[in-house]
Design a protein around this ligand. Structure first.
Ligand SMILES: *Cc1c(COP(=O)(O)O)cnc(C)c1O
Length: 423
């Protein structure tokens, strides 16, 4: 479709005429579908909901369209999206390059679990330090992985520079674009090869579903030497004569996304449910308005915090519109999540966390409701201490995820909670 984002987020990837003329995507709450062909098929192509479901497919098509990809695969969580992606790119053994400021569970997986599957990660402190990244690239390197906007520092990755560096060495660039969502930033338009998302967060926007999605930009050339898994003959990919094909033969440069679905979702089975896809689609209906308002609120709250005498630092790229990376990649704002530090004891931070009345103290982001958390002891507790120290995850750092409340009410709430903490 050629329309603008605001039109496509409501209509893309779904044809009401094929679904009883229902303007909303219906919930196909069924495990399997009747077959009309003794070869195990029907004309619609849905047979079993672990492999494909019309409600889930509509969610996949919509995100695929909004993110600018060629295939999208929905999964049970953001972590399932990350796991399936890293295994799909590096199974059989290999190395990933990633910064040490990524999402806590993702870092824990790369640091403590994937090595048991033969996949090691080379961590860098700053992913925009291209010399440090390039020095780590070897024939074993299977991907460069980064978040577009880091949590909770809001450090911005230079996606175009990283893509150029990765492609110079025939390695793909994988971007976790959870924080901005495709509304604020689309990595695939800037050279990234694969996007992963936790749609638990701002894509859905209501804190009521755990889910994830992988989007393939469809332009990476999966060469046989580095990525033999895309060049093996597969019984599940028969050609017209019934002979097995490889993923590259069947799907060309879109091999990655199709292989995630047919290998990892079909066989490992961390699938998205139709009801969750319905809720996520409903959330996408208002993604532009939600993020505009949340960004507006976040800037106001961050500006207030810079004036509070107990606050020693506010970490929010959204306060620096003149920054070259903000200017180039985030003209609509950097998002609604940021962090700040107080000249406080741990007991004072505890008091602050438990004294807010509008902000809820819980470990999530991207909700319509404003949220507050202490990353060092909660969201990043599984991050090794050396990485927490390296990334400034101190005991007096507090993260906010700004919602749709009135900005002045949010400011008043933080103001009274900080006052109570320092009483
Ligand atoms: C939450 C989050 C994840 C993990 O998503 P789940 O849906 O909780 O599994 C991954 N990356 C980022 C940036 C996140 O914020």
């Amino acid at each position: 479709m050629a329309e603008q984002f605001e039109t496509r987020r409501l209509h893309a990837g779904y044809d009401p005429a094929k679904h009883g003329h229902s303007p909303l995507v219906p919930i196909y709450q069924t495990a399997a579908f009747a077959m009309t062909d003794p070869n195990g098929a029907n004309p619609e192509g849905f047979v079993y909901s672990r492999v494909g479901n019309p409600t889930v497919e509509a969610f996949e098509n919509r995100i695929c369209d909004l993110a600018g990809g060629v295939t999208a695969t929905a999964v049970a969580s953001g972590m399932a999206a990350i796991t399936d992606t890293l295994l799909n790119v590096a199974e059989g053994g290999g190395r990933i390059i990633a910064p040490s400021n990524i999402y806590g569970a993702g870092l824990d997986e790369m640091n403590s679990l994937l090595p048991k599957f033969g996949i090691e990660t080379d961590f860098v402190q700053d992913i925009n330090d291209f010399a440090a990244v390039e020095a780590l690239i070897t024939p074993e390197t299977k991907a460069i992985y980064t978040e577009s906007v880091a949590n909770p520092s809001t450090a911005i990755a230079d996606i175009e520079g990283l893509a150029a560096l990765a492609h110079k060495h025939h390695v793909p660039l994988i971007v976790d674009n959870t924080f901005p969502t495709p509304y604020l930033f689309r990595p695939l338009e800037h050279g990234a090869d694969i996007d992963v998302y936790s749609s638990t967060k701002a894509i859905n926007g209501h804190g009521n579903v755990v889910s994830g999605i992988v989007v393939d930009g469809g332009h990476f050339d999966w060469d046989q030497a580095r990525f033999p898994q895309f060049h093996e003959k597969e019984l599940i990919l028969p050609d017209a004569e019934g002979e097995p094909q490889t993923f590259v033969e069947a799907f060309g440069n879109a091999a990655f996304g199709h292989r995630i679905r047919l290998k990892y979702v079909r066989l490992f089975g961390a699938v998205m449910s139709p009801f969750d896809a319905y809720l996520a689609l409903l959330g996408i209906d208002t993604i532009a308005e939600r993020l505009d308002k949340e960004v507006h609120n976040a800037v106001k709250v961050a500006q207030y915090l810079t004036t509070n005498p107990h606050v020693t630092a506010v970490h929010y790229a959204g306060l620096h519109p003149e920054d070259p990376l903000v200017k180039r990649y985030f003209p609509k704002g950097v998002g609604a999540i940021f962090s700040f530090e107080l000249a406080a004891t741990e007991a004072q931070v505890d008091k602050l966390l438990l004294s807010t009345k509008v902000f809820t103290y819980l470990p999530n982001v991207g909700d319509s409701r404003s949220l507050i958390v202490n990353p060092r002891r909660v969201t990043h507790r599984e991050v090794p201490v050396r990485f927490r120290d390296e990334q400034g995850l101190t005991a007096n750092l507090v993260r906010l995820s700004i919602g749709l409340e009135d900005a002045d009410d949010l400011i008043a709430d933080l103001d009274q909670a900080i006052a109570q903490a320092f009483e």
